[in-house]
Ligand binder design. Sequence first.
Ligand code: WTA
Length: 664
Amino acid sequence: MSTPSNAIESNLVENRVFPPSDAVVKAARVSGMAGYEALCAEADRDFEGFWARLAREHLQWNKPFTQTLDESNAPFFRWFGDGELNASANCLDRHIGTPTENKTAIIFEADDGAVTRITYKELLGRVSQFANALLSCGVGKGDRVLIYMPMTIEGVIAMQACARIGATHSVVFGGFSAKAVQERIIDAGAVAVVTANYQLRGGKELPLKAIIDEALAMGGCDTIHNVLVYERTKTACNMVAGRDKTFTEVLAGQSTECAPVAVGAEHPLFILYTSGSTGKPKGVQHSTGGYLLWAKLTMEWTFDLRPEDIFWCTADIGWITGHTYVAYGPLAAGATQIIFEGVPTFPNAGRFWQMIERHKCSIFYTAPTAIRSLIKAAEGDEAVHPARSDLSSLRILGSVGEPINPEAWMWYYKNVGGERCPIVDTFWQTETGGHVITPLPGATPLVPGSCTLPLPGITTAIVDESGQDMPNGAGGILVIKRPWPSMIRTIWNDPERFKKSYFPDELKGYYLAGDGAVRSADRGYFRITGRIDDVLNVSGHRMGTMEIESALVAKTDLVAEAAVVGRPDDVTGEAICAFVVLKRARPTGDEAKAIATELRNWVAKEIGPIAKPKDIRFGDNLPKTRSGKIMRRLLRSIAKGEQITQDTSTLENPAILDQLAQTN
Ligand code: WTA
């Protein structure tokens, strides 16, 4: 572990406190700090009893659990282990026969602006029908299904249908390459792929099925017997007889009723691959019971959800935020939600604000990187400024995925929230399943740039490298001391890596989040300072430096060595900067530019366009210690354009620093 280094720098120190108004406090589900503290006290008093109560109140069980938490095989914790339930039934069937059945579940706005609405009852029919289609292809309980879909109702249907029959889904974001898809198919041992012919983004038709074809042609994917293709557009795509079927074909004649399969609470609902500090992406495995409890509970706690709310989380279903706060949480909580297919800048950068007005969105949840890029756009063009839209329907704003700098927070608060809407800056991770540190809108006084306090029952702390608690005001390593229901259960296929990554021996059995943090001296509020491992956060997308390095050195005809670091970026939070040593002489001028472009395209093919380095610099060598270790700390300084003030006496080749700095 190194010291926190990737923190976003901010020029503005914002010490103002924004307490919730009396009216907001009065109406809130968790009302005032007294309400928050009462829940914390309940969890303190009887930890297991607290979770058992919530799990009974919030979920419908086919078989009630008798044991709440099983710690006998720590850190492989089990929650509600002998209980049985079905996630899809808890999102859909539970609303049938209640006033929610005819409520709009999803307002879908397509890339081109076309709007479709679907009620809970209709959604249940479509999910059941697709579940029957999966069954007819021989997919069943325990099988893994890879989903590579655009942001559409059909993407959510595919996920819910898997849950309905007890199949474990593994959604891969549509921006990942064929190679990335192939690796995930092999690791998960998936039996089927659900995809679309194309996706529509920003007025462009982009292939999805062709990428699946390419992935399957790379070999090792013999487990795949079915590829189901949603015809998102009219354009034809290649279809392999016997293996590939369109949605139209596979849904024909399927009943709209399908009994949900009850599974054990620990049954893997999904695997979601995310980047770690070393090697290949990790298949984060989540449970059914604990995960779903968290998805529903945090919808109600963090967003103070009410029946009349129109909720909009802008995340793609390919990321954890799109799992918990699009595919599961809003449905379990019976909310009406907006799903948007396109991009925030098409047809112009006012799209989000126009959509909030059009659909009377009341809870809006997005990423700081989107806010920062829309601030830039609004500064350059009055026509796309949020002031041009009627945003009076908004009640609560949220932020997720990376630290939100106080400047962006203030802009969001004033220009989008009209200084009336609390902002919940939610800190969490793929591994935590849902929010862990966040303000509650009707309780917590807000401080811009701080995610404030842990949710009730979540035992976050800041410790040093031996697990000792740090005092408020001193930075350290963020841990969670006790297990919680929605935590990662294991890394698919790699329990040893799970233990090593998240429960290292020196940390006394605490969960290691991988972030640095500091608590304020006055309030004990948490502020996340950035990852302490080699994970970057670019536009809220998590990426391992090692992953990008491996991709670069895989270009064996050209690259001898590569080191990747992050540097702060005004819009994307962090930007990827690669230092590369070629197998030929160090290129300069136009040749360097051409090779940099070639390498960027190569990385896009190996991982996906989101992993393309912004900066590529060539050197004769990399700064190394005498034992051959690359000194990344120095590379980070060079990437930022800083003067090197660190001690370089242990360097084998100090002259290389000047060379790398000059290619700036
Ligand atoms: C970062 C996304 C500061 C953090 C839900 C974490 C944040 C990583 C915040 C997880 C926040 C997420 N403030 N940093 N509110 N939310 N992060 O797995 O570094 O894609 O470890 O989950 O994003 O990214 P992941």
